[in-house]
Design a protein around this ligand. Structure first.
Ligand SMILES: [Zn+2]
Ligand SMILES: [Zn+2]
Length: 114
């Protein structure tokens, strides 16, 4: 892994560690006292949660995506729009795939699951 860092003193693996006082990300050696400030936050990228704005953007993109299948068999419970995009996605904390629907009404974008 390219994000792996090694101690300059003893060449052991450095582990990411949070400096709570300075709110910095550090890499610290568990074998000696060596530590350094992380120059990138790559290691935490997967844990960053989307902001509400980003999430809304994704929903709009999904409703406008011409490659996704559309159905007129369902009706949006929010605005009663008779067409929705649907796709399968893994939902957090659940096994298997879940069917999601996104309302095609651009001013609605309501998302629900089967
Ligand atoms: Zn060390
Ligand atoms: Zn709707």
């Amino acid at each position: 892994m390219s994000t792996m860092k090694f101690c300059r003193e003893c060449n052991n693996i450095l582990y990411p560690k949070e400096d709570k006082q300075k709110k910095n990300l550090l890499f610290a050696c568990r074998n000696c006292d060596y530590q350094e400030v992380a120059d990138s936050f790559c290691v935490y990228r997967n844990e960053v949660h989307h902001t509400v704005g980003e999430r809304t953007q994704i929903l709009q993109d999904v409703a406008n995506d011409p490659t996704l299948p559309r159905t007129k068999d369902v009706r949006c419970v929010k605005c009663n729009h008779p067409e929705a995009v649907f796709f399968q996605a893994a939902s957090r904390g659940e096994e298997g795939m879940t069917l999601f629907f996104v309302c095609c009404n651009p001013s609605c974008g309501y998302r629900w699951r089967d």
